[in-house]
Design a protein around this ligand. Structure first.
Ligand code: HEC
Length: 276
């Protein structure tokens, strides 16, 4: 893992570019290295524990108690009802395999015909337009987050199982490099905080492990006062290091989600959730 990290840092520093080295892509090996790294770093945690974000980490034990109290009366309950109502009223089940139940573990997925990664937000909007309805505009919060929360809640307990076929390796590498490349005025990569410093305190927060990212989303954040998708969170994390955030559903965040979701292979979905 360290070798991989140093290698990528050197690449970024010397070239100033983030290029996918598709010829050497080996997602399976990446996955093994990534999960083994966290196994060693947090030996007391099972794969299932990572579904709870930073609350499962030893340093966040106090925050966890408070979180469990919140989760007894989750603040997203109303949104979940709203999301289900919209799903039912718009016949969204008809666009998805198994009516949308127990399929979220395969998202995002590589669409071989279109040669692109598809997210659930895109599939929901496509389903709406197919039946002559307006797509949902705000892709980060509000109604879309509520509908995605309902969709993902129908797959709770399913273990993440994103596939990376050969043709998807270039986008996979694009997402992987986004995760490992340093950026912003503070010159941090996602991995600086969520791999190398995971489990440590940072500004009153315990940094979550990258393993498990995406499984609890959408989440209701007290700071947001509402639900947000994982792309909303990515934007916030980019801003923290004074880097330019990308748009929700941009190629960058979609590839990043694809990489993170694949790294979560085997972690159960537990969505929506709540964060402080
Ligand atoms: C300067 C440190 C820092 C960097 C760099 C950073 N983050 Fe974060 N991130 C945080 C903090 C702090 C939180 C809130 C505590 C937590 O859950 O880790 C957070 C939360 C998250 C979460 C929510 C996890 C959950 O289950 O609630 C995701 C997902 C995430 N970050 C992804 C990323 C990605 C992807 C990148 C790179 C684009 C990134 N972060 C870069 C500090 C950082």
């Amino acid at each position: 893992m360290k070798r991989l990290f140093i290698g990528l840092t050197a690449l970024v520093m010397t070239t100033g570019l983030v290029l996918g080295s598709v010829a050497n892509a080996d997602p399976k090996r990446d996955l093994e290295e990534y999960q083994n790294y966290f196994k060693k770093r947090f030996p007391g945690l099972s794969l299932d524990d990572y579904a709870d974000g930073h609350y499962s980490l030893p340093a966040a034990a106090a925050a966890r108690t408070e979180w469990e109290e919140h989760m007894a009366f989750p603040p997203y309950e109303i949104d979940l009802v709203k999301g289900k109502k919209f799903w039912d009223e718009n016949g969204l089940a008809s666009c998805f395999k198994n009516g949308g139940k127990n399929i979220a573990q395969g998202y995002p997925y590589w669409d071989a015909k279109r040669k692109e990664i598809r997210t659930i937000e895109e599939d929901i909007n496509e389903c709406l337009t197919k039946s002559g309805k307006k797509p949902i505009k705000d892709l980060k919060k509000g109604l879309m987050a509520a509908v995605v929360a309902h969709f993902r809640s129908m797959s709770n307990g399913q273990r993440m199982a994103v596939q990376v076929p050969k043709e998807a390796e270039a986008e996979y590498e694009y997402g992987k490099h986004f995760f490992w490349a340093k950026r912003g005025q503070l010159n941090f990569s996602c991995a600086s905080c969520h791999v190398l410093k995971s489990g440590q305190h940072a500004g009153g927060n315990v940094l979550s492990a990258g393993l498990g990212h995406t499984t609890g989303f959408p989440v209701y954040r007290l700071k947001w006062g509402g639900l947000g998708t994982v792309h909303r969170r990515y934007g916030g994390c980019n801003k923290q290091v004074r880097a330019k955030p990308f748009k929700a559903q941009s190629r960058e965040y979609t590839a990043l989600e694809f990489y993170e979701a694949y790294m979560n292979t085997g972690v159960p979905i537990k969505a929506p959730s709540m964060r402080e």
